[in-house]
Write a protein that binds this ligand. Sequence first.
Ligand code: NAP
Length: 295
Amino acid sequence: MKLLLLGADGQVGWELRQSLAPLGEVSVADRVCADFEQLDALRELVRASGVDVVVNAAAYTAVDRAESESDLATRINADAPGVIAEECERLGALLVHYSTDYVFDGEKVSPYAETDAPNPRSVYGSTKLLGEQAIRASGCRHLIFRTSWVYSGRRNNFVRTILRLAQERESLSIVSDQIGVPTSAAMIAEVTARCIEHAVNADGPSGLFHLTPTGETSWHGFASYFLDLARNGGMELKADEIRAIRTDEFPCDATRPMNSRLCCDKIRDAFGVELPEWRFHVRELIARMLEQENA
Ligand SMILES: NC(=O)c1ccc[n+]([C@@H]2O[C@H](COP(=O)([O-])OP(=O)(O)OC[C@H]3O[C@@H](n4cnc5c(N)ncnc54)[C@H](OP(=O)(O)O)[C@@H]3O)[C@@H](O)[C@H]2O)c1
């Protein structure tokens, strides 16, 4: 199988480099090789690749900045996936793409299913929804995985930011009334590879799937959990007070959903994947960070 991985330097993209390798011959493209602002060049790159599967892990993910850069966010999150999808349709290739819980308004009281109506409240969420729609409209075979609260040992993410702040400050204030599921980039990449193996056959499952671990927590619950793990593992942290605050006490440019939980029954049923409880990969990551710190 020949695969093209776009966005290979992002959190998920980086993990995909490893998880896709056993599937076949993988061509890897970062922003330098495939700039999503250059739509004609992007189209040409996908067309010339002649691959069986395109995996798109690139996205405009600066949620707050998107509020003032909606044109750029639209180009990267909506126009570019549309172009990639059109070329996948031409090639007869499977397109794998990622979307977000931010397509929902967060007002539902239970986890969102794939059949629930999206209603984004932010520019980022709106552009990601447009990207999903462009892929569907192209008619290409696709897997769209909507996920949430992604973290890894690289780049800017909640885990790395909070660990840094906990080393610098004595007290932290973290939002406790938004509920969701922290999702490891490594887990997304592992599940993606499993699903591609099934979906690459023309009669395999395809479409939109929610993908997160099981369980749920708040940002405050998430932070408290990994800060305890880090402290108990010997990491020196200044912060001994982790205050729980409400969303309205931490104003941001973009509105976030209060309920980010995604129901993942469909992906389990279609692909037979087992999804771990969210703490599993958090423990793995903190253990790895502690190992690196002590090396
Ligand atoms: N992060 C989350 O919490 C979260 C939650 C739900 C869904 N998702 C979705 O999951 C997917 C993966 O997210 P992630 O967390 O891995 O994102 P990420 O770490 O921010 O990585 C995004 C990648 O996209 C690349 N990119 C940005 N602008 C580009 C452009 N103009 N041309 C080409 N590449 C460009 C970035 O390039 P550089 O390396 O040059 O910056 C980066 O490698 C995305 O579709 C995202 O919307 C993420």
